[in-house]
Design a binder for this molecule. Sequence first.
Ligand code: GLU
Length: 291
Amino acid sequence: MRFKRVAAVAAAATLALGLSACGGDSDEGTGSGDKNFKAGSTMERLNKAQKIKVGTKIDQPGFGQKGLSGKPEGFDVEIAKLIVKELGIPEDKIEFIETPSKVREDKIVDGSVDLVAATYTINDKRKERIAFAGPYYEAGQNIMVKKDDSSITGPDSFKAGDKKVCSVTGSTPAEEIKKYVKDVGSQLVLFDTYDKCRDALKGGQVDAVTTDNVILLGYIAKDEASFKMAGDNFTKEPYGIGVKKEDTDFRNFINDTLEKAFQDGSWKKAWDNTAGKFGATLGDPPAIDRY
Ligand code: GLU
């Protein structure tokens, strides 16, 4: 407390003298909620504003799905809340913004969101435009079919060219499945969100939905009479938190927060209360990639 008061007095003195803060202790910024962040950092800006914009999905049970309160719920949302708490911002000051797969990089780059937690696979192509903290989970691509369908057993089942598969524009599974289909134009159906793919499968317009196993497990858990998984995971999808490309301080801060959550049990608790209920396994905490 004493340090905070001293820092506040020093900041006021700097202002009064019209000097810019430099040298010594002056890179200790001030903040609310018992937090002190580096002056000029994203953490300081958000803490001072006492609000934050978080990009999530709203149609993916277990990870980011709009609940009865109108706010999204799920593992991604809980991970975002751990970060927000560490920033000293109250949970009710989070503005959730839907970020379908295709718009995630755009929304980070143009500043519409401060971070994205949305089943967001870390990869080099995306790293050309944004940066990732994490990973905090590793999923894998899989295929969901109708419960009574035994004709699709894995991605090779699309090679004959007679089956339609649905995925989401701008997602890694939509790209990956192109390697297996005979004719992209007639076999690959793309929507902007996965719930539309699920509806198309249920309605018989497509034969399968492909995306990460944990997203599919969420849909299966909600409608076990209609859907099942077809085969094993065939990719690795490490989930990261998307931030601005140049914001290394914020990325480091999120990485520190994730590592703390891995150790203090809050990561596991977040999982157990959300996606963990739908049959996916959590495993050991993944190694944070501090590139
Ligand atoms: N994890 C994959 C991706 O980031 C698929 C899930 C999604 O579209 O959010 O593209």
